[in-house]
Write a protein that binds this ligand. Structure first.
Ligand SMILES: Cc1ncc(COP(=O)(O)O)c(C=O)c1O
Ligand SMILES: N[C@@H](CCCC[NH3+])C(=O)O
Length: 450
């Protein structure tokens, strides 16, 4: 941990110049000077190369970018330009994808509790398919088809394959005890297939599963794929989606499988399980994580004798929730001297009113670190900005894409005015008095304030 930052954690176009680290041909120190901090910086070439590598491994039309990892209009456009389908998991993500002019036929809609408005938008737009998660959702689709004459929608059925994997309990999804999907156990998934196949509102196209996220062992991804492939083959559907989940390296020394390794493992597993067709995947993290890094400015350095040193930066859990949520570990370095040895041990913390507001628990930093220095945390391109908040009313950071010596802001920094945008100051309105629903012995009384 005391050696220089490992280049395998940096974006592909990183180059170490005498003045410091440049990404996309842009010096990070200059970028921070111009655009302020905290700042999310994405290497556009890296995003494009990872997208192409995924398509090369799985085939055209077989890779959907899981936009929950990082989404804005520019990212949706980039993914579409690179031949990726878009996986969206809410009406909001769908809105951004459509706003970016991604054709509806290239978008798939996910979610374990899609409401009618989300389904209405998806069905009206004619998305590629809806990944149906429950019988209640089928009720909604059928109602929209029957009562609002929305066209039948192509669907894949999400199943819980009974295989869960991933770096933390909170991001393991494929087990039997899961809020996601129809269980393979107990015949629930088989009943879902029968219902979808017989419904005038749904065109059953395929089966889907996702075992979890930040998975570093492709055999676990292959095991999930095998379980769902067996079911898909029995159900005689046309398409099979095996989710995302491929992990990335966050710290020095971690080795990670390639897209080609993942594809090889999945192909063998599904073939052995009796599936003869194509397989679609939904990578999120593995496309964007290493492409992005976050720049922070050091504000205070507190040395507590015989205890530890705290280095506070100008962001925190509002731009990277992962350490607080999952105990995730990161590295940090000085962009003006990326090769500097890092003998100083310190806790890198944010500026929020919580002791748990930690970005790097046990950071290795250069001894010369001083207030005003710029720091960078690499591999923050996935689920960083995507899970950002305004906690303590911190305005959210800007996001910038760098390429060929140029920088373009793709999400502007929030201002304090933005923080007040949703606050309203209206006179109070009377709320309707209590009403009685139904009549007779079973009548329910709704209690409300008069
Ligand atoms: C259904 C589904 N597909 C794809 C993904 C993307 O996962 P990852 O970012 O781990 O590749 C997720 C999130 O874990 C998911 O829930
Ligand atoms: N938010 C998680 C991943 C969730 C994956 C989405 N199903 C993370 O930061 O690792």
């Amino acid at each position: 941990m005391s050696s220089a930052i490992e280049t395998g954690l940096l974006p592909f176009t990183s180059e170490i110049r005498p003045e410091g680290l440049a990404v996309g041909g842009v010096l990070l120190t200059e970028l921070a000077q111009r655009l302020g901090t905290p700042l999310f910086v994405y290497d556009e070439e890296h995003l494009r190369r990872r997208s192409r590598e995924a398509v090369a491994a799985f085939g055209q039309g077989n890779v959907a970018y899981a936009s929950k990892a990082f989404l804005c209009t520019a990212m949706a456009r980039l993914a579409h330009e690179e031949g990726l389908l878009l996986d969206v998991a809410s009406g909001g993500e769908l809105r951004v994808a459509l706003h970016a002019d991604v054709p509806a036929g290239r978008i798939v809609l996910h979610g374990n509790n899609k409401d009618e408005a989300e389904l209405r938008t998806a069905m009206s737009a004619g998305v590629r398919h809806v990944v149906v998660d429950s019988f209640d959702e089928m009720d909604r689709i059928e109602r929209l088809h029957a009562e609002e004459q929305l066209p039948p929608t192509r669907v894949q059925l999400r199943v819980a394959p009974g295989v869960a994997a991933g770096a933390h309990e909170a991001i393991r999804t494929g087990g039997n005890d899961s809020k996601f999907g129809f269980g393979l156990v107990g015949g629930t998934a088989a009943a879902a297939v029968r219902r979808a196949a017989g419904s005038p509102a749904m065109i059953l196209e395929g089966v889907h599963a996702h075992v979890g996220s930040q998975v570093l062992d492709t055999s676990e991804l292959a095991a999930g794929a095998a379980a769902v492939a067996r079911f898909a083959a029995e159900a005689r559907v046309h398409r099979l989606t095996v989710g995302g989940g491929l992990g990335v390296a966050y710290e020095a020394g971690q080795t990670v499988p390639s897209f080609a390794d993942w594809a090889a493992g999945v192909r063998t597993a599904v073939r052995d399980a009796g599936w003869g067709g194509d397989v679609t995947v939904e990578p999120g993290r593995s496309i964007v994580a290493r492409a992005g890094l976050t720049l922070y400015r050091v504000g205070t350095i507190k040395r507590i004798e015989d205890v530890r040193t705290y280095v506070s930066i100008d962001g925190g859990m509002s731009d990277n929730l992962r350490p607080a949520l999952y105990g995730s570990r990161y590295e940090v370095f000085l962009p003006r001297r990326p090769r500097a040895p890092r003998p100083l041990r310190a806790r890198l913390v944010g500026k929020h009113c919580e002791s748990g507001d930690v970005i790097v628990e046990d950071a290795a930093l250069p001894a010369e670190l001083a207030v005003g220095d710029l720091l960078a945390t690499p591999v923050t391109g996935a689920y960083g900005y995507a899970m950002a908040s305004n906690y303590n009313k911190l305005p959210r950071s800007a996001v910038v894409f760098v390429s060929d010596g140029r920088a373009r802001t793709v999400v502007r920094r929030e201002t304090e005015e933005d923080l007040l945008r949703l606050d309203v100051d209206e006179p109070a309105e009377p709320v309707a008095p209590p009403t009685t629903v139904g009549s007779g012995a079973g009548a329910a009384r709704c209690v409300g304030t008069a």
